[in-house]
Design a protein around this ligand. Structure first.
Ligand code: BGC
Length: 404
């Protein structure tokens, strides 16, 4: 490991991230719940009670505080706040307000996402992001949540719109990508709707003093192999770059990176023979540094917040190795002048991974029956890294002591 032992800049945010559908449980009014519980179900496993964070959010915040982390990214669930089109639940707005207040009371900076993959079922039935009134509806929802956001500094409008466009293409049976064989297709109509909805939400949020808004992009680190530079550039432009470029006037951009996508002369190339994680992605800790550099090159002065990075592994020492290397890459990018304001590890909890419970991304384990939270050694390690503002990254004895 080649991490710098110099602390990160003062005020750097160290935190962890989750999302409502993956942790709250019984998220009944969403399109995801409907798909998980359809006959036959569209996924191998359902979210069910998830981590019961809807009721246990205070325990979650206590764990964040106990670890020594200063920030918590979570999402608020549109389908709870507006379970029927045009009906806004004051009780649910109050619930999320209590969560924000719970963060502030504990000295934790809340990073709030307005849309993290799951949508109200009625929104899906009306065509989701390609529906006629999608933009107005998202803006109306954003307006409704303004009271929840008082005192919140960081708001992510839409999580990973590039992955959302990919999912929309799958659902609408868009033909395979014309770019290169095997590359995922994206829905251009969804892209247009998402960009417009993001900008409309930003306009609503612009009125709140002290609030910065942006969106978070799943950087695929598209990499050319065997001289396929042009093909890789075409895929990169479609999958990542147009979404990153749409953030050029934003207050910040969220970078999320886990691995990379290889494009060879034959098309999409599986990372054969390399080390893989539980999600079958290439083990590639350099992803974060590369994604941050690529993003900065496209957005210029827009500050970066790393809103997700982590690894699905049953081997907790591997989580430490991966994260330490990812942070070293991040630090090197910052040393080269890139303005990064914080790092939010994915994920605080072992949670529902969109169709399966098998991949474990958490710094904290969760018992699937009684929901007990158990901090893993990697959580303690990351907490110490955070408390030392990164200085302990270069302390191997400390690693041994905590993890092995
Ligand atoms: C998503 C998370 C997901 C994680 C790991 C990101 O794409 O925002 O919801 O759990 O990656 O797959």
């Amino acid at each position: 490991m080649t991490a710098s032992s110099t602390p990160f800049p003062a005020g750097f945010l160290w935190g962890a991230a989750t999302a409502a559908h993956q942790t709250e449980g019984n998220n009944l009014n969403t399109d995801n719940w409907a798909a998980e519980n359809a006959a036959p179900p569209r996924f191998p496993e359902r979210s069910g009670d998830a981590c019961d964070s809807y009721h246990r959010w205070q325990e979650d915040l206590d764990v964040v505080a106990e670890l020594g982390l200063g920030a918590y990214r979570f999402s608020i669930e549109w389908a709870r706040i507006e379970p029927a089109s045009g009906y806004f639940s004051n009780a649910e707005l109050a619930h999320y307000r209590r969560m924000v207040q719970g963060c502030l009371d504990r000295g934790i900076t809340p990073v709030v996402t307005l849309h993290h993959f799951s949508s109200p079922l009625w929104f899906r039935q009306d065509g989701a992001w390609t529906g006629r009134s999608a933009v107005e509806r998202f803006a109306r929802y954003t307006e409704a949540v303004l009271p929840v956001l008082e005192g919140v500094e960081w708001v992510c409008t839409i999580n990973e719109p590039n992955m959302v466009s990919m999912a929309e293409a799958r659902m609408s049976s868009t033909p395979p990508s014309p770019l290169v064989p095997g590359a995922p297709a994206l829905s251009d109509a969804a892209f247009d709707g998402l960009v417009a909805a993001h900008h409309a939400a930003r306009e609503v949020l612009a009125g709140v003093s002290g609030l910065r808004s942006g969106w978070t992009i799943a950087n695929q680190n598209v990499t050319a192999v065997g001289g396929a530079d042009e093909a890789a550039a075409r895929v990169r432009a479609s999958i990542d770059d147009r979404f990153i470029q749409a953030a050029r006037d934003d207050d910040f951009i969220g970078v999320q990176a886990y691995s990379r996508m290889l494009i060879g002369p034959e098309g999409l190339r599986a990372p054969r023979g390399t080390r893989r994680t539980q999600t079958d992605w290439e083990y590639y800790p350099a992803a974060l540094g590369e994604a941050v550099r690529h993003t900065a090159a496209l957005v210029g002065d827009v500050p970066i917040l790393v809103t997700e990075n982590g690894i699905a592994t049953a081997d907790d020492a591997e989580r430490v190795d991966y994260t330490a290397q990812a942070l070293a890459g991040l630090r090197a990018a910052m040393d080269d002048g890139i303005d990064v304001r914080g790092y939010l590890h994915w994920s605080l909890l072992d949670n529902y991974e969109w169709g399966s419970w098998a991949p474990t991304f958490g710094l904290v384990g969760v018992d699937r029956v009684d929901f007990t939270r158990t901090i893993k050694p990697s959580g303690r390690w990351y907490g110490e890294v955070a408390r030392s503002n990164g200085a302990r990254l270069d302390d191997p004895a400390f690693l041994e002591e905590l993890v092995r």
